[in-house]
Design a protein around this ligand. Structure first.
Ligand SMILES: NC(=O)c1ccc[n+]([C@@H]2O[C@H](COP(=O)([O-])OP(=O)(O)OC[C@H]3O[C@@H](n4cnc5c(N)ncnc54)[C@H](O)[C@@H]3O)[C@@H](O)[C@H]2O)c1
Length: 340
């Protein structure tokens, strides 16, 4: 089978992770790395026998590149992804799909015109407990979906306000835009598109106003289901908790591995006669394989035409919900998704 040649633009935490997957996959290799800081690009390129490109445009136009991973601060994501698509490359763009819905919509149009594949880095879809939970939901293990609850957060670190995530121009939004988009993506993946939303934001600790360090959201769906989200940069002990309630039971995902704790899925089966549910818990001990599985799916989509998830439509759905949430927080009203 043909092998894909990958470029990574943005060689920070996530770019390094993506580079390692591209280099390790049997059907891809890493050929080019670019970063605004040359030494950072140099170091990552050297780890995998790739070369450094002086500028992102050189990386995305390189003839020995088939697919580009964009993992820069949010401000540059859509611009670089656009350049890569226009240069005829497939693109894996980190979440969020740009800084706002307008950037995401423009990018989706470019992807459509280009005939190349665009995937948004919603790696949480590939966590084993989350995948299993969705299969259980689809197969009716908890009956009719009635509501969902996600809590997701970490506690930042000293000087967080000086990092790019604390800069409105570079980040586009605060914690709802950062970890919140993963929560929105999972809710969209499990429950479909929300019809109306309400939100509140807080800038409680980090001096990052107008950005929020906490986001609270309620989302309503056409079938009456309701979802709630609390994302936080003041969650002093890292937390990921995703609960899915049906009329005959619940699915409870906890942890993402590492600092978020061991990943587990509990299936609660309602006791019809009352009392405690039957609980079956599965723990996933292996290191985080989501990045590997996500890359593998994208490679299969490019090389074999396999289907893949997290495409432009999923990214746009998330960015539409995000816009509605910020509008709700600003206007202190419910916002209909039809209006955004
Ligand atoms: N999927 C996930 O779970 C997940 C987790 C964390 C971050 N992310 C996303 O990944 C992206 C990067 O986040 P990070 O935590 O790796 O940040 P980071 O700060 O660790 O890395 C960003 C890198 O981009 C470089 N850079 C800045 N501007 C650039 C430009 N114009 N051209 C090329 N390189 C440039 C910086 O020098 C830095 O090395 C963000 O979009 C973020 O939202 C996704």
């Amino acid at each position: 089978m043909r092998s894909l040649r990958a470029a990574v633009v943005g060689a920070g935490l996530i770019g390094s992770r993506r580079a390692a997957e591209a280099a390790a996959h049997p059907s891809s290799s890493l050929t080019v790395v670019s970063d605004a800081v040359p030494a950072v690009a140099e170091a990552l390129a050297a780890r995998f026998g790739a070369r450094r490109a002086a500028h992102w445009e050189e990386a995305v136009c390189a003839p020995d590149v088939d697919v580009v991973v964009v993992a820069t601060p949010n401000k540059f994501l859509a611009e670089i992804a656009t350049g890569a698509l226009e240069a005829g490359k497939h693109v894996l763009i980190e979440k969020p799909m740009g800084r706002d819905l307008d950037e995401a919509r423009a990018l989706a149009r470019v992807a459509e015109r280009s005939g190349r594949l665009l995937k948004i880095g919603f790696n949480h879809r590939y966590h084993p407990a989350i995948r299993r939970a969705r299969e259980e939901l689809v197969h009716g293990a908890v009956g009719r979906l009635i509501n969902l609850r996600i809590r997701y957060g970490h506690g930042g670190r000293p000087g967080y306000e000086k990092e790019w995530r604390g800069d409105p121009e570079l980040a586009g939004g605060g914690e709802l835009t950062d970890q919140g988009v993963h929560a929105l993506d999972l809710i969209h993946w499990f429950a479909g598109r929300a019809t109306r939303v309400a939100a509140m934001t807080q800038t409680a600790v980090w001096p990052i106003a107008p950005l929020e360090d906490n986001g609270f959201a309620l989302l309503e769906f056409a079938d009456g289901a309701v979802a709630s989200i609390h994302t936080s940069w003041t969650q002093w002990k890292n937390l990921f908790s995703f609960e899915v309630f049906g009329d005959s039971g619940a699915l409870v995902v906890e942890g993402l591995g590492g600092s978020y704790g061991a990943e587990s899925l509990a299936l609660h089966t309602r006791a019809r006669s009352g009392g405690a549910p039957a609980i079956h818990i599965e723990t996933f001990e292996e290191p985080d394989t989501s990045w590997k599985l996500e890359w593998d799916e994208f490679v299969g989509a490019i090389l074999r035409g396999d289907s893949y998830s997290g495409g432009p439509a999923d990214g746009l759905a998330v960015m539409a919900m995000l816009r509605a949430l910020y509008e709700s927080a600003r206007t202190k009203t419910f916002v209909s998704l039809e209006r955004v």
